[in-house]
Design a protein around this ligand. Structure first.
Ligand code: ADP
Ligand code: MG
Length: 554
């Protein structure tokens, strides 16, 4: 009953394919990286399955990826002996928008996107579909490990695909063969030099060996030995190699902003190779806010779902390779393992430590990281009590005196005025609006710096009454201004706040006029020019936090 059939892609996919193929996007070469990375993933999935079912490896235990060219027939083939795909796998994985990056892309540009939007493609991993940037037809012939059937998936990328049984003798014994029938302008890709360069530079460090067959009948040549980059000594690794590896592990197309590579020894042995991306990954604000670090055990890929870092470090991409975790436990049990908890702790400390070093030694590079990921890091200020001080040390803010630059709290504290006891801040949505606020007058008149907190997340951590170097944070829109002890820059402008019958009478008048709308009316040092301003009570919520709660319907 399972015979040949033709099915339509989801509408989104055909639209996406059209846009990619007709795009001005210049870097079509990424197709090879995407196909090799799928082949490597398939080999790693098999390696993992084979831990409990060794018979899957049969007499072919070594993972392998073969790239072959056939210039005369305008073909490139990428074949692996990995896990393979069943018929249903194929329909599911290749016929729908399997990859979240692809979905994110469609969401961003919309189904009716134009070719101008295609420049965004460079920001997303486009996965398997990138094959259609160079091929007018793609055939995928696959045999699932342990299965007696093989299937052939075929499409011209124009809206439908076809799945049919494939004769076993024409299929890989195990794994997947992807055959690209190239468009004319992509035929130069079959040049052996070009192909080798592409494969080596983009994928030379995937943990599976790659061989190249230059033309039909030629001998297979090893072009990458499958030595995982992270097990090599740091001193031998070139920056380009790190960048290539970063791109394949993070699905990013830019340069990493920081590279963290180390080996922990002692009670626990593990290697870490992780990166801070140079720009925001598309999935940074996904609902589940999961970490994106892969877990390996002795070079066998186990899972990318192991919570190796706290959520506020979810922008860090890379892997941990443990020498101590058992291979043959379920992914669920690994989650519970105390070994994992200790790796998590060590890794978190190391990442924060490296960021702190960067902040100290390369302020500009750190500022760039903060610009991209500060909002995420600040979630740690209320989620990770133990490391709050460390995170406050890293935090950067805009302030009334920082101009376009960033202000760290150490710098703020060093510049505090005589008599100033608190770190003053004002929270709101918009920096310009905050800066125009009358509440700042009294602070300006005394030369006091006020932090301007404009991220929604700010209102959450400041309500937890944090201190930095024993200085409390204090909202300038809440309670008494505590300015009386701090001298004015221009003493002549000191407002007369001494109680007089006139002032008392005026306060009583305002109070009776406003009635229940306010809880109190007071004279204050806060203003120098304006007559009045609204202030929240000393205890209770800051005004911005109140607005956020109201907006959330609470
Ligand atoms: P991603 O790799 O991010 O999942 P892709 O678009 O690259 O997205 O691939 C989609 C899916 O197709 C993969 O998740 C996998 O299930 C399947 N697939 C692609 N290539 C292979 C292959 N060589 N072997 C086995 N499965 C594959
Ligand atoms: Mg992929």
């Amino acid at each position: 009953t399972k015979a040949k059939e033709t099915r339509a892609f989801e509408a989104d996919v055909s639209r996406l394919l059209h846009m990619m193929v007709h795009s001005v996007y210049s870097d079509k070469d990424v197709f090879l990286r995407e196909l090799i990375s799928n082949a490597a993933d398939a080999c790693e999935k098999l390696r993992f399955e084979a831990v409990s079912r060794p018979e899957l490896l049969a007499d072919d235990p070594k993972p392998r990826i073969t790239v072959s060219a056939d210039p005369d027939n305008k073909e490139i083939t990428v074949e692996d002996n990995g896990i393979g795909m069943s018929r249903d796998d194929m329909a599911e994985a290749l016929g729908t928008i399997a990859r979240s990056g692809t979905r994110a892309f469609v969401e961003r540009v919309g189904v009716g996107g134009t070719t101008e939007d295609t420049q965004f493609i460079g920001q997303f991993g486009v996965g398997f579909y990138s094959a259609f940037m160079v091929a007018e037809r793609v055939d995928v012939i696959s045999r699932l490990a342990g299965s007696e059937e093989a299937w052939r998936w075929s499409s011209d990328g124009k809206g439908s695909y076809e799945i049919a049984p494939a004769p076993l003798e024409a299929a890989p014994r195990r794994g997947t063969r992807v055959v690209l029938h190239l468009m004319d302008d992509a035929v130069p890709c079959t040049g052996s030099y070009r192909l080798e360069q592409l494969a080596k530079s983009q994928s030379g460090h995937v943990p599976v060996p790659i061989t190249l067959v230059e033309k039909p009948g030629a001998e297979a040549r090893d072009i990458a030995d499958g030595t995982a980059l992270w097990v090599r000594p740091k001193s031998e690794i070139k920056p380009e190699e790190y960048t290539d590896f970063y791109r394949s592990v993070a699905g990013q197309y830019d340069e990493p902003a920081a590279t963290i590579h180390f080996r922990a020894e002692g009670r626990q042995e593990y290697s870490v190779l992780a990166f801070v991306p140079g720009s925001r990954p598309f999935d940074l604000f996904d609902q589940d806010r999961k970490g994106r670090m892969k877990l390996y055990v002795r070079r066998v890929f186990i899972t990318d779902d192991a919570d190796l870092l706290p959520r506020y470090l979810r922008f860090v991409r890379g892997l941990v390779d443990s020498a101590d975790l058992p291979l043959n436990v379920s992914r669920e049990m690994i989650q519970e393992s105390p070994l994992l908890a200790s790796i998590r702790k060590g890794l978190t400390n190391r990442v924060l430590g490296d960021l702190a070093k960067l902040a100290e030694n390369e302020a500009e590079a750190f500022a760039k990281i903060w610009e991209n990921f500060g909002v995420v890091l600040k979630e740690g200020l209320y989620e990770d009590y133990e490391r709050r001080e460390q995170l406050l040390q890293l935090a950067r803010f805009h302030s009334t005196t920082s101009g376009e630059g960033w202000r760290g709290l150490a710098g703020y504290v060093a510049a505090m005025k005589e008599g100033q006891k608190a770190i003053f801040f004002m929270a709101g949505d918009d920096r310009a609006r905050l800066e125009a606020s009358p509440q700042l007058e009294g602070f300006r008149a005394r030369g006091i710096e006020v932090l301007l907190l404009t991220d929604p997340v700010d209102s959450f951590w400041v309500t937890m009454a944090p201190h930095f170097e024993d200085k409390p944070f204090k909202s300038i829109t809440q309670g008494a201004a505590e300015l009386a002890d701090i001298p004015l820059l221009d003493v002549a402008k000191k407002p007369d706040t001494a109680a007089t019958p006139e002032i008392d009478g005026f306060l009583a008048f305002v109070k009776s006029t406003l009635g229940d709308a306010v809880s109190d009316v007071k004279a204050s040092d806060r203003l120098t020019e304006s007559a009045v301003c609204l202030v929240a009570p000393e205890h209770g919520h800051d005004r911005q936090f109140e607005r956020l709660l109201n907006a959330a319907g609470r």
